[in-house]
Design a protein around this ligand. Structure first.
Ligand code: CDP
Length: 784
């Protein structure tokens, strides 16, 4: 047996992150650190208009500037059939505008120069003749009969409507509503927000004119899928394209799509025969790359007088921007939004969704959420809280009454998901106990008597992660399965190659811990490689908390394969039959004689030096994992706020977050993920606002307007955990990366509404800036 001192730091250990050694010493290797001999620089010219016809582009002055090597326009791209590219939703998107521009900040031309500053200066010398058109800035306006048509490039298009999609049973839901004692409703807008990673997007494209080999260093969360898309778009053989995603300074969904800059840089490198670097500036990132959310939602809940939920009806209108570029599984137009029934046993539900083009940047990315689950969770948790007030019930009590019970799992939801496991009471009880809920409600009454506005907000969310099972989940036809390849070298050190791509989540540490758990090799002896399409197994990428449920499972299973081969080798070394060999924590030993043993390191050496006749040499394997189901992490968050009645400002007094992501591989990393998500949820609820004026000018494309919370504003978080393992996952783990972003915005907003409901305030759309809160208080007073 391993002694205390040798304890294997596998699952459940808060191992310090291996990757931090290089990051804290400034030795990370980001795309902008890549400097190749003879490299050129690309800068992009962007449209000042949200909607305008392009009548001509004169590039002659820019081309004449010393240091400029080439000026690329849509017309040039069109000559190579590259003016348009497919989006992740199967729509098309302009790489460089040819006919007209469709959002402010759209890519119009590119300058390639010897020096990045020359490239930027030359942009000012390009003359574009625009003819402005009226802009469409809301999806409601987009669907009016006389709205200007945005996608005139699409033959036969006579409206801005993109899709209509439904889920659930309409008749059963109508019946539930007709029989209900009480119906409550909520109209709300989940505003457009931006993932805003610290590192902006960029690439270095290096096409070798002699060999035709394209090596592209790219800030991508999904390098394999992007390579396939590149091969299809450019008509290049896939084996000649190598995408390397080195260290990534945060992705949060922003680095999933293919951006025009990647395509223009690659085309320029191909045409010029030299490497080309393109690195976005901050405003470019905020104005043009994948936004998130922007759902206008209407929800209704039917209840019995005693608070029993009978039915849910939700309709939504999605503002998709100028190109439909949502990163969603193909079958699901609004992602997994139909998990909007949340943690509740709702016998009937019906969801309908429509998407519309507007003159805004495209996106709809899975910003720290599994395909629109954040919007769904916000909708149901706001609606439940309001229902409680209207029924004059305690919001915790209403939730308790309607939670899916522990013994109801696996639970089939009214919109067709099979929830794998859950203990919603357990998480809520712990959160309420930690925050001191009963006492707080008493303090709230006393505070109100003094004219103070104290509020307690809850959110009991259910996430849905780990897309996904091949029968239902694909992106552009690519099944959402992932792989892991593992080799144990003769000296017992291992290399694990994974299809996921870490961008701060600590995969180099946690995935090594999974192998450590299975094989008994310490995590520091396991090197984890990722992000290089030539050297890692195929996979769909890292977003939507899918890494642990998919790649984590593949990692455990490939390690188990090696463990079984190791058993054969151990039997050979111990001269016993395979059935007599047992394995525990890195040791193979003879049943009933635990001292007769060989370590995993002995066995690994034998795999190359002393293996039985007829056995292949080596200790390595690869596994692709097709999950049988998604996983369903959950939790309850409790937030306490005090609102200043004179200014509308609100301060967070307490945040208690209880999360259940099944078995925690690395509890410290999980807590870090939750801190990040809570901070993002807080930012969305309180301060982040990216909006547009009536001409489609983007307001908020800088960090002086788009306010991200810093350590100064961010409240203190108190975390708690319950553990309900996923029954079908090889190590019982559920993903967690996004849960806190999914669960927390509703908890913050519910807390503010809780403070103000008695004044007559029913809803305030995020962000709850002090001005908006103050306005809502004044409006409620005026109504009263
Ligand atoms: O796909 P992404 O990495 O964003 O999400 P995830 O799979 O939810 O994992 C986020 C990080 O938390 C990874 O480093 C996971 O390995 C780790 N994690 C964990 O240690 N235990 C869990 N039960 C879930 C995630």
């Amino acid at each position: 047996m391993a002694t205390e001192a040798e304890e294997i730091r596998g699952i459940g250990h808060s191992v310090r992150r291996k990757e931090d050694d290089r990051f804290i010493q400034g030795k990370g290797n980001y795309v902008d650190d890549v400097k190749l001999p003879n490299m050129l620089y690309l800068a992009l010219l962007r449209s000042p208009y949200a909607h305008a016809t392009i009548n001509g582009i004169d590039t002659s002055k820019a081309a004449a500037l010393p240091g400029v090597v080439a000026v690329v326009t849509g017309e040039l791209m069109a000559q190579h059939n590259l003016a348009w590219m497919p989006t992740l939703s199967g729509d098309t998107q302009a790489v460089l505008a040819t006919d007209k521009v469709r959002f402010q900040g759209q890519e119009v031309a590119g300058v390639v120069a010897e020096d990045p500053y020359v490239a930027k200066d030359a942009l000012e010398l390009i003359d574009v003749e625009y003819d402005p058109l009226p802009a469409v800035v809301t999806p409601q306006r987009a669907l009016e009969d006389d709205a200007p048509i945005i996608r005139t490039d699409k033959e036969g298009t006579d409206s801005n409507h993109i899709y209509h999609w439904e889920s659930g049973d309409k008749d059963a839901t109508d019946k539930a509503f007709s029989e209900a004692d009480v119906v409550v409703s909520l109209d709300t807008h989940y505003p457009r927000s931006h993932p805003a990673p610290v590192e902006t997007c960029g690439c270095v494209a290096d096409v070798n004119p002699a060999t035709g080999q394209a090596t592209i260093y790219m800030t991508s969360q999904a390098p394999h899928a992007i390579r396939t898309v590149f091969a299809l778009v450019a008509g290049l053989p896939e084996d000649r394209i190598r995408i390397i995603s080195p260290d990534i300074g945060g992705g949060f969904g922003n680095k999933v799509p293919v951006y025009p800059g990647y395509v223009v840089a690659t085309a320029a490198s191909l045409l010029i025969g030299r490497p080309v670097k393109w690195i976005e500036e901050r405003y470019e990132n905020l104005i043009s790359t994948g936004f998130a959310r922007d759902f206008h939602m209407h929800g209704e809940m039917a209840l019995g007088r005693d608070g029993t939920m009978k039915g849910l009806r939700v309709s939504l209108l999605a503002d998709e921007g100028a190109f439909h570029a949502d990163a969603q599984p193909s079958k699901l137009k609004v992602g997994l939004f139909h998990v909007v029934t949340g943690s509740y046993d709702l016998p009937a539900a019906h969801v309908s969704a429509d998407g519309a083009y507007t003159n805004k940047a495209p996106g709809g990315v899975a910003y720290r959420c599994s395909f629109r689950v954040t919007e769904a969770s916000y909708m149901i948790e706001r609606l439940v809280q309001n229902a409680a007030y209207e029924l004059e019930m305690d919001p915790a009590e209403l939730r308790r009454k309607n939670f899916i019970e522990k013994d109801q799992f696996p639970y089939k939801s009214a919109t067709g998901f099979e929830y794998d496991s859950g203990d919603y009471h357990g998480a809520m009880d712990l959160a309420l106990e930690t925050v001191g809920y009963e006492q707080l409600r008493k303090e709230q009454v006393a505070a109100r008597a003094e004219g103070r506005l104290l509020g307690i907000g809850l959110a009991s969310f259910t996430e849905i992660v780990g897309a996904g099972p091949s029968h239902d989940y694909d992106i552009l036809g690519l099944k959402m399965n992932d792989g892991a390849e593992l080799r144990v070298h003769p000296t017992g050190k291992a290399i694990l190659k994974i299809s996921s791509k870490t961008q701060g989540q600590g995969h180099e540490t946690t995935f090594a811990q999974i192998v450590a758990e299975e094989l008994g090799i310490q995590p520091e002896d396991i090197k984890v490689m990722h992000g290089d399409t030539d050297n890692t197994p195929y996979g769909l990428g890292t977003y939507a908390s899918r890494s642990t449920p998919t790649v984590g499972a593949a990692t455990a299973l490939v390690a188990r394969k090696l463990r079984e081969k190791g058993r054969k080798l151990a039997a050979h070394l111990l001269e016993v039959s395979e059935e007599d060999v047992e394995f525990e924590k890195g040791r193979y030993f003879v049943k009933g004689a635990p001292d007769k043993a060989k370590t995993i390191q002995d066995v690994a050496f034998a795999a190359y030096t002393n293996f039985p006749a007829g056995m292949e040499a080596g200790l390595e394997g690869v596994t692709y994992y097709d999950p049988p189901n998604l996983t369903f992490p959950f939790g309850t968050y409790a937030v306490v706020v005090e609102v200043d009645p004179d200014t509308g400002d609100w301060k967070v007094e307490r945040v208690v977050a209880v999360d259940d992501c099944g078995v925690r591989i690395n509890p410290m990393i999980v807590e870090g993920q939750i801190h990040g998500g809570l901070c993002e949820g807080f930012g969305t609820a309180k301060m982040e606002l990216i909006t547009f004026d009536e001409d489609g000018n983007c307001i908020g494309a800088s960090f002086t307007d788009y306010l991200l919370p810093t350590a100064w504003e961010t409240p203190k978080f108190e975390l708690g955990a319950t553990v309900t393992p996923s029954p079908h996952h090889p190590i019982g783990a559920k993903g967690v990366g996004e849960s806190a972003t999914v669960g927390s915005p509703a908890a913050f907003v519910n807390a503010v509404i809780d403070a103000l409901w008695h004044l007559g305030v029913r809803n305030i759309d995020m962000p709850l800036t002090s001005g908006r809160v103050w306005d809502a208080i004044q409006a409620a007073k005026a109504r009263a």
